[in-house]
Design a protein around this ligand. Structure first.
Ligand code: UTP
Length: 439
């Protein structure tokens, strides 16, 4: 059977007849491109995802328990030294890689361009989010006398702009040979009736499949094999938009090694019991991040014998994995969550429709949904003022204004402390004292 007929049969089977009408009207080249795209779609999976938009995830029968954690601040001196030594060795041996997830759309921030290209107004001159991340890794490289391989995940949508930006800024002084950019996978967008949307380019409209796509995209892009060939044993995965993110935290790494866990995360304690953040817990015996809306109110308020919130460890997208854990997660199908959003499309007459209200489902998996395929997770509680300053919203909480404040407060404190030690070098690098103090 020829490819065109096969494609038409698939579309008919999954009630996508409107696409058949389009295919038949296209010129040869466009037709070929569209057929290729359709042949790559898993319609069975897509149908299930669409059916799930009609169901509500039920946690009632699930057993939700608090998860044990260690507080970085309360580690004994010996414990901290032991963890740090273990972590340091892995990094110094070149067995550590870092992944930055930069494939998001950044819709809430509303910056035109990839989020990493947003310039935060700090210290007069300002710093781009990618620049801040590069500085953090360069600091670690200096400290541990190595060059950590930096993987950056983009989306089909923002890849070109990201690459151009990083090239223009010479990767902010990061050794280009140690930067790998890979593109995450996408999923089709469906309208309210489960029909595929068609874009202006006469292709099926797709959007990046959420940050849970990181695992499979690492594998599909060849980045995972490259890591394995290079002897990488531990992989850090973080977001692009936390300007206090520590991407090479030897304490977290050492803790994970000593606890013999395959995955570990840094958390910060919830600002209040009803803060709208996801928290770590155990669900039916497995680690999980439960969203604030899904955590029963009573549980959110429960405290332990020390007066600490039982479900107080919030997720700041600061995750660590053994290479085997990444491999395992990359082969595991994750749950897809749907978001009802506005997406333009072309109608059967070829006219573009720009909706004024949400009209279609975008499907996303979340990176933390893979946690439940593991038996355990190591959690290290960090500090909000040292570890978490996200740039999410244009204004208000977690905005450039709050991130600037937290970033400058953190680095000013480092400066004050280093002045006491007498080795601050403000002219050359605001980040320098951090290295000097903690070496
Ligand atoms: P968020 O869920 O905060 O999404 O992503 P976002 O795209 O930055 O912002 P909004 O929700 O559209 O306003 C958390 C991290 O996951 C990455 C983001 O780039 C960010 O670092 N991400 C998200 C991806 O890499 N791919 C995706 O498909 C989604």
């Amino acid at each position: 059977m020829d490819r065109l007929q096969d494609t038409i049969n698939i579309l008919r089977e999954y009630q996508q007849e409107h696409v058949i009408n389009l295919i038949e009207r296209l010129d040869e080249e466009r037709q070929r491109t569209l057929i290729e795209q359709i042949q790559g779609i898993d319609f069975q999976q897509l149908t299930e995802m669409y059916n799930n938009t009609k169901r509500k995830i039920e946690f009632k029968k699930s057993k939700i328990e608090p998860l044990k954690y260690l507080d970085k601040e309360k580690l004994t001196k010996e414990q901290k030294e032991r963890f740090d030594e273990l972590g340091k060795q892995v990094i110094q041996n070149g067995e550590y890689a870092v992944v930055t997830m930069a494939g998001g759309q950044g819709t809430r921030l509303g910056h035109t361009g990839p989020k990493g290209t947003f310039k935060l107004d700090v210290y007069g001159k300002g710093k781009y989010l990618f620049e801040i991340l590069a500085e953090n890794l360069k600091d670690a490289n200096k400290k541990y006398n190595t060059t950590i391989h930096w993987y950056i995940m983009t989306s089909k949508d923002n890849n070109e702009q990201t690459v151009q930006f990083l090239e223009k800024h010479n990767y902010f002084g990061y050794n280009r040979k140690y930067v790998t950019i890979f593109i995450q996978s996408e999923l089709p967008i469906l309208d309210q009736d489960g029909k595929l949307l068609i874009g202006k380019d006469y292709r099926i409209k797709e959007a990046s499949d959420g940050n849970g796509g990181t695992y499979s995209s690492l594998r599909a892009s060849g980045a995972l094999s490259e890591m394995k060939n290079n002897g990488i044993k531990w992989v850090f995965i973080g977001g692009v938009d936390n300007v206090l993110l520590k991407m090479a935290d030897i304490t977290l790494l050492g803790m994970a090694i000593e606890q013999n866990v395959q995955i570990a995360s840094k958390s910060v304690v919830k600002a209040n019991p009803h803060e709208k953040v996801g928290v770590f817990c155990k669900m039916n015996g497995h680690p999980k991040v439960i969203e604030y809306a899904e955590l029963p109110e009573k549980m959110a308020e429960q405290v332990d014998e020390n007066g600490e919130l039982k479900f107080g460890e919030s997720n700041i997208i600061c995750h660590l994995y053994t290479i085997e854990a990444i491999e395992k997660a990359s082969k595991e199908p994750l749950i897809y969550h749907s978001a009802f959003k506005k997406n333009s499309y072309i109608d059967e007459n070829g006219n573009e429709v720009i909706p004024e209200a949400p009209n279609s489902y975008k499907f996303e998996s979340f990176i933390f949904d893979a946690f439940e395929i593991f038996d355990d997770i190591g959690i290290l509680r960090g500090k909000r003022e040292e570890d978490f300053a996200p740039v999410k919203n244009a204004e208000g909480v977690d905005s450039p204004r709050t991130a600037k404040e937290l970033y400058e407060r953190f680095w000013n404190k480092q400066k004050e402390e280093s002045l006491i030690y007498g080795n601050y070098d403000i002219e050359n690098n605001i980040n320098q004292p951090f290295i000097k103090i903690f070496q």
